[in-house]
Design a protein around this ligand. Sequence first.
Ligand code: GLU
Length: 380
Amino acid sequence: MGTRSIGHRERLGRSGKWVVKVGSALVTDGGRGLDTDRIRGWTDQLAALRADGRGMTLVSSGAVAQGVQRMGWRSSPRELFKLQAAAAIGQSGLVHAYETAFQRHGLQTAQVLLTHDDLSDRRRYLNARTTLRTLLELGVVPVVNENDTVATDEFRFNDNDTLAALVTNLVEADLLVILTDQAGLFDADPRMHSDAALISEGRAGDPHLETLCGGGSSGRLGRGGMLAKVQAAAKAARSGAATVIASGQEPDVLRRLARGESLGTLLLPSREPMAARKQWLASQMQSRGRLWLDDGAVRVLRERGRSLLPVGVTRVEGGFHRGEIVTCLDRNGREVGRGLVNYDAREARVIQGASSDRIEQLLGYVDEPELIHRDNLVLT
Ligand code: GLU
């Protein structure tokens, strides 16, 4: 490995926001029941990285596998309703195990269950994004899983690798770490080729990598497989994140990655993170409306990186909903930026020009003091 890649590893190791995904086989000791020793091991590391100032989000599979084990079933049921029942049974045990382990470090956890629908509906998307980011700001470690109990087949993420990638986009993490029962991505199937070599670095989204995944067969317990992981890396790269696929059995794997050690397969985004993030936010959807700003608002946005408050808005155009993208314009109609708006067009017209402490009086409620929070705003 050349010095360039060591540089990437070190930079990412120090980076501020991580999403860590652990798979079913690891969490449940191959389906034999929750592996509390391993869970303690990962939570110790997550707590250490959190204490070091990083925002850490955990995406954990294992609800179905744990439910199946608790019910004494010999294998995962095929019927969706039984799978959903198993997930409901297993999820409470899963979260309890994490909560107990994090409490040893005085850390709070939060259970976040998401469905595909939550991320395709604009308002729910914005709520999920705001809640997760708030949890991270509060120093809490969110423990995320798919809401398997309600997710219907056509609206499933399909696997938690995809879910983890979308959570990476949602919180705009720098790094997605996918912990699995393999050391990483190999240039041939290591089960069939003893000389298969680990790929230590590649480009996320490189189509060649998909051909190395052996048809993407899923594990016996989880739904992912290596193909899903490589595809998840491509999705994570859309918001500028890098992905590491590494073995969750490797001692101290997260702390060692944080030190820049070359473990597993690192898949880098092809675009510089900030540019990718901007493009990602802009591509989320078309702009649905326009907010005309006064000079003061333009200045605080541009020069001080602040949120857009209703007081700085002079005119509202369009028929947007909360959570949609709107364009901000200066008094000459030049674009200043784009962002996810916290109020719909009707509400925005009512509160435009008013100070935030009057929102409640004008609308009868307050969703947020900002019209667009700075985290959801990209300057152009
Ligand atoms: N959400 C499923 C569970 O917790 C796992 C999906 C996957 O295997 O990736 O059991």
